[in-house]
Write a protein that binds this ligand. Structure first.
Ligand SMILES: C[S@@+](CC[C@H](N)C(=O)[O-])C[C@H]1O[C@@H](n2cnc3c(N)ncnc32)[C@H](O)[C@@H]1O
Length: 255
């Protein structure tokens, strides 16, 4: 379902939040570090560069992503596993647990965060970033097309991403005894190329939708969506402005 090439299309825009998240993780010499929903592992490799003495684990449920991750050169200290991040068991308590743009695909954030916190070593840090643009025009248009009689039945059970209010994450993790730093950022990406917002969505949000349709239905879906996106996101000579909000949480467990 996931396509490493399509996802890499807007690499710089997708990478930036990871570095902004990581900049707030203040841990000197961790022994065990995990990146949950690591995709092709490019950003997981950044973790091995920052913490060269640590064992680093990249975990992703997509075998296509993990195969690509394993194909690229990496250090001895880095291991990639195909697994659902919600059920993955680390080999040792984690000093740093990072997840960039992945947790929105996992249901029940309350249960998930409680479980992730249990995987932290004393003093360990949980740091995640999730997109929070689910009521943006892009997603509203996808929902409109999903609801058309031609697609509705087939797409009924196809999951949507979700993000809770930032206050919910703050209070949930504080109640678990962690010290929480949470913030939200809205980026205005100016995307190059034709039908740039559609191209962006093809790398992420539309993957599960297209995976549930046959090729002809998929083409029809995109043909219906394209004009709606063009209307809501007009292209200019300099590119297509695309507003995108993300939520960030860095939470440290007590010792
Ligand atoms: C938008 S990509 C982000 C990849 C990488 N973290 C990055 O920032 O470049 C989301 C990734 O989450 C993975 N993913 C989604 N649900 C997952 C789950 N339940 N368990 C593990 N990985 C999951 C997908 O396979 C995909 O590679």
């Amino acid at each position: 379902m996931w396509d490493p090439k399509q996802y890499s299309h807007f690499r710089d825009e997708r990478k930036r939040p990871f570095f902004e998240l990581l900049a707030r993780v203040d841990v000197d010499a961790p022994s065990h570090v995990a990146d949950l929903g690591c995709g092709t592992g490019d950003l997981t490799r950044v973790l091995t560069e920052r913490w060269q003495e640590a064992r680093v684990y990249g975990v992703d449920s997509s075998s296509a992503m993990v195969e690509e991750a394993r194909r690229r050169p990496s250090s001895e200290s880095l291991r990639f596993d195909v697994a659902d991040l919600a059920g993955w068991e680390p080999p040792a308590p984690l000093d740093v647990l990072v997840s960039n743009a992945a947790l929105h695909w996992v249901p029940d954030h309350g249960a998930l965060l409680r479980r992730l916190v249990e995987k932290l070593a004393p003093g360990g840090v949980l740091a995640f970033q999730i997109p929070a643009n689910f009521d943006a025009p892009s997603h509203r248009h996808i929902d409109e097309v999903r609801a058309l009689p031609r697609f509705a039945t087939k797409l009924e059970s196809v999951r949507r991403g979700h993000a809770g209010p930032i206050e919910v994450y703050e209070s949930l993790l504080s109640d678990l005894g962690l010290t929480v730093d949470a913030w939200e950022t809205t980026y205005l990406h100016v995307l190059p190329g034709e039908d740039a917002v559609l191209e962006w969505l093809l790398g992420t949000t539309l993957r599960p939708v297209l995976a549930a349709l046959n090729p002809e239905e998929g083409r029809a879906f995109l043909d219906t969506l394209r004009p709606l996106l063009r209307q809501s996101y007009p292209a200019h000579a300099r590119g297509t402005p695309f507003r995108f909000t993300r939520r960030f949480v860095v939470a440290r467990r007590g010792r």
